[in-house]
Design a binder for this molecule. Structure first.
Ligand code: SF4
Length: 73
């Protein structure tokens, strides 16, 4: 089990995460930024515990994010 960490404030709303892994990501109609589904808000970031079925693709999404605000720890 790992955690996907998402620093939402810096999201530019490019949509790459949603296009690559729609099971985990949405684009908010309110502010245009991405939302990490079922994640837990913690101060200025969001955390989602994630298991093996979603991790390989989540790592690719983290690499693809142009502003590098998705971390897997
Ligand atoms: S790929 Fe990164 S910048 Fe683009 S919408 Fe997703 S989190 Fe935001």
């Amino acid at each position: 089990m790992a955690n996907i960490i998402f620093y939402r404030n810096k999201c530019i709303g490019c949509g790459i995460c949603f296009e690559m892994q729609p099971a985990l990501w949405r684009l908010s109609k309110k502010d245009g930024k991405a939302s990490l589904l079922k994640s837990i808000p913690k101060k200025d970031l969001f955390v989602l515990p994630a298991g093996n079925p979603v991790l390989p693709l989540a790592k690719e999404v983290a690499l693809a994010c142009p502003v590098k605000i998705i971390k897997i720890v």
